[in-house]
Write a protein that binds this ligand. Structure first.
Ligand SMILES: *Cc1c(COP(=O)(O)O)cnc(C)c1O
Length: 234
């Protein structure tokens, strides 16, 4: 049975997909080259079901336990799950067992644990290295100068597949300021690619700055509020 909430979410998906398409066109990006990751953390199952009915299959969660519970409740839907929160050592096993992607990898120790704990029956875990490009304003992510060493370590791990880089800049309304860290992530990716081979994924851009991210080469935008509305408090 369809509800008001379902039709509201269907409209929000249409709007966000239209924003992505318009940005692809405006900034000379290949149509369809930007994937939409629906960030469903702190949102109820009914909204995820409505998103799935609107054609969405990739979901991002920031809290391990909550993500695993949703996966179990939605096992029939055959969805793809991305862990976008902070990786903690005591949670790596659950992440390795249950998720398809990890966006916020910041240490070789976590990478080793995830690789060791990835169940043999599953394909490699797709990972992105998170880089801090807003300096003091953001504490999440490794320094750009440390990225090459971490990339080299991960590339030696068979159970991980390094997809690219991720960043989560300090929020700002100023579009020029929004673009700076995204441009820097892309430049870092291009530089690393000359040494390590293709790093196709640039995971950057959220509800408030996805256009700036697409302008600078994002291949995956992580969008929560614009699709699902405000989140329940933690
Ligand atoms: C919550 C979250 C998002 C989504 O943010 P919105 O502003 O709601 O679109 C994206 N990326 C990460 C890492 C997040 O934690």
């Amino acid at each position: 049975m369809s509800t008001d909430q379902d039709s509201h979410i269907a409209i929000c998906f249409q709007q966000v997909r239209a924003r992505i398409q318009a940005a692809e066109q405006r900034f000379g990006r290949e149509p369809g080259s930007v994937c939409l990751l629906a960030v469903s953390k702190r949102q109820p199952l009914t909204k995820l079901l409505a998103a799935h009915a609107a054609g969405q299959c990739a979901f991002g969660e920031s809290y391990v336990q909550e993500g695993v519970e949703k996966q179990q409740a939605l096992a029939k839907q055959n969805l793809q799950w991305h862990f976008i929160g902070r990786v903690q050592s005591n949670k790596t096993r659950l992440i390795a067992e249950h998720f398809d992607w990890v966006h916020g990898l910041t240490s070789a120790d976590h990478a080793r644990r995830l690789a060791d704990q990835r169940p043999p029956g599953r394909g490699p875990l797709h990972v992105c290295v998170q880089v801090n490009l807003s300096g003091e304003a953001s504490k999440a992510g490794i320094e750009p100068a440390a990225a090459a060493d971490l990339v080299a370590e991960i590339q030696g791990m068979e159970r991980l597949r390094l997809e690219g880089l991720m960043t989560l800049p300090a929020p700002t309304d100023d579009v020029a300021a929004q673009r700076r860290p995204f441009a820097a992530l892309r430049a870092l990716r291009d530089q690393l690619a000359t040494r390590f081979g293709a790093l196709p994924t640039l995971s950057m851009g959220m509800s408030g700055d996805l256009e700036a991210a697409i302008a600078e080469g994002a291949t995956m935008v992580r969008v929560g509020t614009a699709l699902f509305g405000e989140r329940a408090p933690v």
